[in-house]
Write a protein that binds this ligand. Structure first.
Ligand SMILES: [Zn+2]
Length: 281
């Protein structure tokens, strides 16, 4: 079984996790830029973080046989801090880098005017860079958050097939299914979706445009949740081809729109920080 985790924060995880992920079948990940828990107070600390997602983290992943790509953005939560606003001016040159396959995570956290401005600005940057967009949705008042998110995407003129709306549940999946955007589900140990509820939604909505991720980060989370969903799918009547579609081909199709997905059979071969092809590890 081959698994592509389309949303995971490996910066917050250990080498043991990489090993366990590889043992479970994970061969590729996308790491979106997010809030690190400790608020950043300057643009420079974002740039160091972006450089780590472009250089250091792919190097770590490659040592465990896992392809690492990233999505870059000013995350919704820190979009509220005026000290971080300058990140938007730095993003265009970062979005040109080879292993950047999307703009993200963008969207709403507390649904403030500042978040909306950063969201709209980054939808425009994604269009200019010709990249798909990974959109985070708020954990509180989710339905209103998703409704407004879909409005902003529509008003920006971003084609729905270029947009992945993440952290969905039973309440919000229908709106996103109707919108034509891709549907992302984060499987957590005790909040959001669990594997059984996820598989029930796959039965109801099908496997088209559905992505399943662990969203594992510095909080209580589990990088093997993608594999658990695959196992529950197989145990409840889905075939291996459907599992491969949800856990590999769908993320490849979504991020492949960047034209930059590099899934060479040897993950140690790939672009280095300067864009040269090198063999790592
Ligand atoms: Zn995340």
């Amino acid at each position: 079984m081959r698994i592509f985790d389309p949303h995971i924060h490996m910066t917050s995880r250990t080498t043991d996790d990489y090993q366990r992920m590889h043992d479970a079948g994970v061969r590729a990940v996308v790491e979106p830029a997010f809030w690190l828990g400790q608020p950043r107070t300057s643009v420079g600390s974002f740039l160091d973080y972006f450089d780590a997602l472009l250089g250091w983290e792919p190097y770590r992943a490659a040592q465990y046989g896992i392809h690492h790509h990233c999505a870059l953005a000013l995350n919704p939560k820190e979009a509220n801090d005026p000290r971080c606003a300058g990140v938007l001016a730095e993003l265009p040159r970062y979005l040109l880098k080879d292993s950047v396959v999307a703009v993200g995570e963008v969207g709403y956290d507390s649904m403030t005017a500042e978040e909306e401005r950063a969201f709209e600005a980054q939808l425009a940057l994604a269009r200019e860079a010709d990249l798909p967009v990974l959109v985070h949705t708020p954990h509180r008042d989710k339905a209103a958050g998703v409704r407004r998110t879909l409005h902003v995407v529509r008003d920006a003129g971003t084609p729905p097939e270029r947009v992945l709306i993440d952290h969905l549940n039973e309440v919000t999946v229908g709106m996103v299914a109707d919108s034509g955007c891709w549907m992302g589900f984060s499987i957590y140990p005790d909040t959001k979706m669990d594997p059984d509820r996820m598989v029930a939604l796959l039965k109801e909505y099908g496997t088209d445009r559905v992505l399943v991720n662990s969203a594992a980060d510095w909080g209580r989370s589990d990088p093997l949740k993608t594999r658990e969903v695959a196992d529950v799918m197989l145990a409840t009547g889905f075939g291996e081809d459907e599992v491969d579609r949800v856990l590999w081909r769908n993320p490849v199709a979504f991020y492949g729109q960047s034209g930059r997905l590099d899934l060479d059979p040897d993950p140690r071969v790939g672009p280095d920080h300067a864009g040269n092809t090198i063999k790592r590890g």
